[in-house]
Write a protein that binds this ligand. Structure first.
Ligand SMILES: [Zn+2]
Length: 43
C-alpha cells in the first residue's frame, strides 16, 4: 500500500501504522488511489 503525505504530497511506501513523513514530519496521509480511468459504457 502506498501512502501519500497530505502536506508535501510525497509518496511513502510504508506499512500501515506508525506513519510519519520523513520529509515534513506530518502524520496525515492519504492512501494513494490508482489513477485508472474507467471506461464508461453506454448502452
Ligand atoms: Zn510530508
Amino acid at each position: 500500500m502506498t501512502y501519500v503525505c497530505a502536506q508535501c504530497k510525497k509518496k511513502l511506501a510504508q506499512e500501515e501504522g506508525a506513519l510519519r513523513c520523513p520529509y515534513c514530519g506530518s502524520r496525515i496521509f492519504v492512501k494513494e488511489r490508482p489513477n485508472i480511468p474507467r471506461e464508461v459504457s453506454t448502452d
